[in-house]
Design a protein around this ligand. Sequence first.
Ligand code: HH2
Length: 434
Amino acid sequence: MLEWETLAEVARELEATESDPEGVGIMTRKGRVFPVRLDGVPLKAAPILKQEMLSVGGDAAHARGVADHSVSATPAVLLGTWGQYRYVLPKLRRQPFGLHELADEVDRALRAYTSAAPRTVPGAHRTLSIGDRPCVMGVLNVTPDSFSDGGQYLDPSAASDRAAAMVAEGADVIDIGAESTRPGAAPVSPEAEWGRLGPVLSRLAGRLPVPISVDTRHPEVAARAIDAGADVVNDVEGLRSEEMRRVVARSGAAAVVMHLRGEPRTMQKDVVYRDVRGEVFRWLAEATERARADGIPADRLLVDPGLGFGKSAPQSLELLLHVGELRCLGYPVVVGASRKSFLGWALDDEAVAGRTEAGLAAAVLAAERGASVVRTHDVGPTVRALRLVERLRRMRAASPATAEGIAAGGPDPQPSAGGESSGPSSVSKTSEPT
Ligand code: HH2
């Protein structure tokens, strides 16, 4: 049995058979199925979608009710290899019933999902660089009541020492919060929040060599923090406030758009979802679309599934396990699992002190599945654990010569038996399958 994730790994294994290089190029494109889930495919479109996928050797699952017209729309799962999609998407674009738009969306999702290109996220003053190594966001809570470190860094000089220590341990960005968002926490007024945050920011701004993120739901606090030197707004309410979007757009700050249904105080009262992954995905897609419509450039946005925020422990674990799926939104993915109660649930041990190792495991898992930023209280151990992920990512991505030539570009000239291309692949350096 062979195990591979990236098409570069597929090509390496095939090359080891001493196959013809052109053949390796062709077969590499068959080496991995990329399943794509769609929601709300119109009844008229579903049979065409299935037929077109079958025509290239792939397949599409949809509701049985499509056959007897007992449904008006259906969820669907497409099963296709890279080569099959490259051939079928242009065919779908020629079809009616919304299949043109659907093909464009699938194309965008596949490219975003497979892109491993390094990127930079410009903040208001400094830039966050995301490369092979997932970034570590060090948590600094200047609160009396945060669930794991409340009261430890309320004093501005203790807080700035802690920030410097996290940078020395390898943090790539420091996330400062002055209001606890744990379930049931009492809301803090913007004035009181700024009273805690302002003195810490004035000590750190311009002195820390890494970007500063401010964990706030209040636009007036975000605006003052950016003026005082913060680079990123980490909004656990996902920029749902129009004023917050205006502040971010005007200031040139980057923003973490986190999923949260309701508000922190009451969020654990309703944790019923029909489909938690689908809901989080759609919510983040809509929130980022709103942000862009209000003038925040795409390269300044990051998304976060909000583990533990209005979710049961099994729901948080499910989101963690599937966090890589969020990559197809096209934004770097942030994951915060550190010390959270769903880890305690998984460990059968409620003590916060016992969650560190599980938090490290969660960070490694999230990074392995493609998260770009890991938010943690335990910076040094997380940085060391993620070095291993960085090494493995590099090994996986190292391209043999033939993988370089695999197309991300246009359709192939001819489908061969079984629907795959037999023609030479065109080359696109910008969006190569990984
Ligand atoms: N988790 C917390 C706070 N802010 N921001 C993002 N983007 N993602 C998260 O998962 C996240 C977050 C909760 O952790 P903490 O800040 O330690 O606790 P408290 O809210 O009690 O201060």
